[in-house]
Design a protein around this ligand. Structure first.
Ligand code: 3HC
Length: 325
């Protein structure tokens, strides 16, 4: 799927000894760095996860990008513009983190643009009103913060450090979403209804963002074993539900879940069943906006061809490597 395995160094130990030493480092809480020995599965899992995370950040610019020209005030426009620009920057951090593992930008983008690589399910739903900007900021970025705060402790150094920097900006993203929804919820009945409609449409897909149930999460075992994930999909999802339900109910908003109930014994909010058929359908390309999202990314890539060609010509003329561009 990606370039040849990097021959990191001549090491006299056999693979079993290398793996034992690697796992001892993980257990000791050490960070694995690009030049260190790592199991090939560790490297491939990280490239898969980090590149798809990067794709998600860049595709995630699309739903909010359409509302920059529809913002209700100059202030809201500037805030949304800053958020969308942040997401693009997050994508760059993450593509760079994946490149430290031997993946090339061209390979990663080719897998996205040919539909072979995934990006977060959540960005395959349409944004239908200004309230969607608030719910995306509050819920989607709120979910991302929980996930990324966990990943800031990941065993792979470049990913962990990228997450620390990204989380700082995500907090601003969530706060601006909260501000939009609070403004609408205490506004006119029509504004509150717009916030309620957005919550109805985004709640369930946001719960799916955390990934399939632990019983159906083929990658989790090895990711937890090697300290990339430190919590399971279901654990993070439950933390998110427990955080969000009281907050949004305090605004008089209701959840699109007649089975939602509070279990005093566990202290958890228990939701009704999540439609995992919808989740798998959407991530396999059959969601409401998959074609539009990939179409937009393909068009942007094609439009940027001349820039890549000009940079390559300049580099060749000046005998520069891509590393210095
Ligand atoms: N959307 C799309 N695909 C998903 C998914 C989701 N929400 N959740 C899981 N999948 C895919 C996995 O990629 C995997 O497919 P693959 O093996 O072909 O890659 C399959 O479903 C099985 O899922 P697993 O649980 O086994 O996969 P993981 O262990 O990788 O867990 C994950 C999934 C929790 C998304 C994990 O990959 C992860 O934490 N990734 C990094 C964070 C990330 O990508 N976040 C995306 C949102 S970015 C964002 O929200 C931007 C913010 O600024 C708004």
């Amino acid at each position: 799927m990606y370039g040849a395995t990097i021959d990191l160094m001549d090491d006299p130990r056999d693979d079993a000894e290398k793996l034992a030493a690697f796992e001892a480092r993980i257990a000791a809480g050490e960070k694995i760095e690009p030049g260190d020995w790592m199991p090939e599965e560790y490297r491939k899992q990280l490239i898969r996860m980090i590149s798809q995370h990067a794709h998600s950040e860049v595709v995630g610019m699309l739903p909010e990008g359409t509302y920059i020209t529809k913002a209700p005030s100059l202030r809201r426009k500037l805030i949304l513009l800053a958020k969308v620009q942040d997401e693009g920057g997050h994508g760059q951090y993450l593509y760079h983190a994946a490149e430290t593992l031997g993946a090339t930008r061209e390979e990663m983008l080719d897998l996205l643009l040919t539909g072979k690589a995934k990006y977060s399910n959540i960005f395959n739903y349409p944004a239908l009103s200004w309230a969607d900007m608030g719910i995306i900021g509050w819920l989607v970025d709120g979910a991302a913060i929980l996930n990324q705060t966990m990943l800031a402790k990941a065993s792979y150094g470049p990913y962990s450090r990228a997450m620390i920097r990204i989380c700082a900006e995500e907090n601003f993203h969530m706060r601006q979403g909260q501000d939009i929804i609070i403004t609408l919820a205490i506004g006119t009945p029509e504004q509150k209804a717009m916030a309620q409609d957005a919550l109805n449409r985004w709640w369930w897909p946001t719960l799916m963002m955390f990934g399939p149930p632990d019983t159906d999460s083929p990658n989790s075992t090895v990711l937890i074993r090697w300290g990339i994930k430190t919590k399971t999909n279901d654990e993070l999802r439950q933390t998110f539900i427990n955080q969000m339900v009281p907050e949004l109910q305090s605004l008089g908003l209701e959840f699109p879940d007649p089975d939602l109930l509070y279990d005093a014994e566990s202290g958890n909010w228990i939701t009704g069943p999540i439609d995992w058929d919808e989740f798998w359908r959407v991530i396999r390309g059959d969601g409401p906006m998959n074609k539009e999202r990939l179409g937009a990314r393909r068009a942007a890539h094609e439009d940027g061809q001349w820039v890549r060609e000009a940079l390559a010509a300049y580099a060749e003329k000046h005998e520069m490597t891509s590393a210095v561009l």
